[in-house]
Design a protein around this ligand. Structure first.
Ligand code: FES
Ligand SMILES: [Fe+2]
Length: 339
């Protein structure tokens, strides 16, 4: 018996059961079932040092990892010493090997065990388990991704939505600014709001003047969806690529704004904005001109939904077959991964 069921026919379907958002048990099991099996952004090639330690989804998956850059090779390794478990690298640095600061075990930049003092006579040593675990790394237009145990390739996660990267070609992309928003709502409520333009005329009055809501389109792929807004002349004003479960790539005339949605608790989410600028002259123009006000409007409405879904009188809604295909697709993926 599946835990969650979303009818494939949107006209018959009911939205995801509110238990998914409110029950801490589902929040916990989504870590392995959804997040460990999908792809996460490491960053853009312009921004890596030789060795960069980081936590994958801090306070959620919290996996200690290490980006190890060796010439043009970008690897993602476990940052945990295979001896007694100390974190290996604590600050970004330049180095040509990794040495543990506890008892001196050494590894090469591809994670291979190199040496260990005072281990003469230890049987079956070194063996595979003494190497650092290496996670898969895949890249697309300079963006690098990793996954703990991917259910499918990055290519299939991006799907045909990845055409947007080729369409908005920027000679250089620079991480010009970052910003973090904290929201009192479940991560999936934030994502499903992003996945429909239905609310634009009601929630985003000024954005509504730039984007022609009547021509807004949503295309669905296996693990991603692509929304396109057009201006009044019929030109692409912006594209919004969502990659399941929590990555948003927003393509604007000035560059790409990436949002990473980080679950913290069933009622708290952090959204990181990484703004990669490609054409400074276009900043402040068009659909991506004022992402901050649009974000605050979205947060307010999503926090209000968080209060509503707790109600004993609410468990499901229905979908608009013309305006909520992206949200329906997202709920179908949640059900698929959770079951
Ligand atoms: S924990 Fe790393 S060498 Fe002992
Ligand atoms: Fe919105």
């Amino acid at each position: 018996m599946p835990i969650f069921e979303i009818d494939p026919d949107i006209r018959r379907a009911k939205t995801l059961s509110s238990e998914f958002y409110t029950d801490p048990h589902f929040f916990e099991s989504s870590k392995e079932k959804i997040f460990a099996r999908s792809w996460h952004l490491l960053g853009h090639s312009s921004s890596f040092s030789d060795l960069t330690p980081f936590d994958l989804l801090p306070n959620f998956l919290s996996e200690p990892l290490l980006i190890a850059k060796d010439n043009d090779n970008v690897r993602c390794l476990s940052n945990v010493c295979t001896h007694r478990g100390k974190l290996l690298v604590e600050e970004p640095c330049t180095a040509n090997l990794i040495r543990c600061g506890y008892h001196g075990r050494r590894f090469s930049l591809d994670g291979k065990f190199l040496s260990m003092p005072e281990f003469e006579g230890v049987e079956n040593f070194p063996c595979d388990d003494d190497n650092l675990r290496q996670l898969p790394v895949a890249k697309h237009y300079g963006f690098h991704f990793t996954s703990i145990d991917p259910i499918a390739s990055l290519e299939s996660f991006l799907g045909d939505g990845s055409i947007a990267f080729g369409e908005f070609v920027f000679k250089d992309l620079n991480l010009a600014s970052t910003r973090q928003y904290e929201i009192d709502a479940h991560w999936a409520l934030y994502c499903e709001n992003y996945l429909e333009g239905f609310h634009i005329p009601y929630v985003h009055k000024s954005l509504n003047e730039i984007v022609d809501y009547g021509t807004y389109t949503t295309e669905l792929f296996r693990y991603s969806s692509l929304q396109t807004g057009y201006d009044s002349d019929g030109n692409v004003a912006a594209r919004y690529l969502f990659v399941f479960p929590n990555l948003m790539f927003n393509f604007y005339p000035w560059g790409i704004s990436v949002n990473v949605v980080r679950p913290v608790s069933p009622s708290r989410t952090i959204v990181e904005y990484l703004n990669y600028v490609g054409d400074e002259n276009m900043l402040g123009q068009g659909a991506g001109a004022d992402t901050h006000s649009v974000e605050l409007e979205d947060e307010a409405v999503v926090e209000c939904v968080q209060k509503g879904i707790r109600s004993r009188f609410y468990s499901h809604g229905r979908y608009s077959p013309t305006r909520e295909t992206g949200t329906h697709h997202f709920h179908r993926l949640i059900a698929e991964f959770m079951n």
